[in-house]
Design a protein around this ligand. Sequence first.
Ligand code: PMP
Length: 391
Amino acid sequence: MSPITPPLAGKLDGLHSSAIRDLLKLTARAEVVSLAGGLPDAALMPRERMAAAADAALSHHGCLQYTESPGWGPLREVLAQRESEGLGRSVGLAEVFVTHGSQQALALLAEVLLDPGALVVVEDPAYVGALQAFRAAGARIVGVPLDAEGMRTEALMTLLAEGERPAVVHTVSNFHNPGGVTMSPRRRAELARLAEEYGFWVIEDDPYGELWFDNPAPAPVASRAHNVIRLSSASKILSPSLRVGWMVAPEPVCRAVELLKQGADLCGSALTQQIAAELLADTEWLTGHIDQVRGVYGARAKALTHATRSRFGDRVRCSDAAGGMFVWVDFLDGTDTDRLLPQALAAGVAYVPGSAFAVDGGYRSAMRMCFTTADAPTLELAIDRLAHALG
Ligand code: PMP
């Protein structure tokens, strides 16, 4: 008798592997300058400071134990303090929830806030990890385009006027991944007003807000409305290996997320949460550290945008890279970036084609480039190679 293979759950049918994660496998060749990965620079991560904090944590047994599902208490206290400053109000401990990176917050929130078929509005081009989390929860996803002021809230208003009722609107308000843009204060106020008027949740996904180069990011959407769940992360300011992200959300949301987290992984790592708590609490050190990261990334961002603009001129429109990790380039001459990729790899440069971020197709003439992991001369070399591939 031939064995019967048991099936996987039907909800996996619409899911596919992230094109970017697949692409990263191709770009791992040493001779390729990869602007494709969205990785922070490991050389800037505070390894020694983390080792000292790990040593301190390991000097007692507490960090070896399970911790509470919402996160290690002293870390939540540090986060409540930080978020109170950022949001301009007193954030209570019950509103702070630590997750395994902010990606886990997206996955858990998708389960907590969405019934199958519920509508989620995302920015288009979109953060691929959010698309994956919302798709896995069976959501219907609609994209709203970005421009230089971030999410085009008038397009969201049109959807609402047509009778669409989103359960969630997801925004990467600062230094967008992949679009590179920041939502203007006017659009933030508009989104906050719509969230309260129509009663939808906003997930303000903000791992990049502190990585500004010349001017700090505007006040968060979460400081303007009650329906906003704010996600932040230690990944880009300290290290993604900590897997420490956090959210600030109304208490009932945190309690619901707690129920699901118990089923997902019981709790995060007490060890890495203690390391994160020590580093985030040391504000004097942290300010200096983040300043250094800003300085290095800012110089690289300027090198990449300058090389792109001077090499391609009117052929491209390139985001300003005022912070974060990414530059978004539109080829106005219709260059097909999917078709260009094999030639670019042969010339020794990798990027992510815009189509990888499209909600419903499109962005075939765009690309995302990450400037964090190469120095200025290497970024210039990458643009030379791209020009060579373009012929
Ligand atoms: N949100 C956005 C917009 C991101 O770009 C990322 C990382 N690429 C995440 C969330 C998840 O980051 P982490 O889980 O490391 O906190």
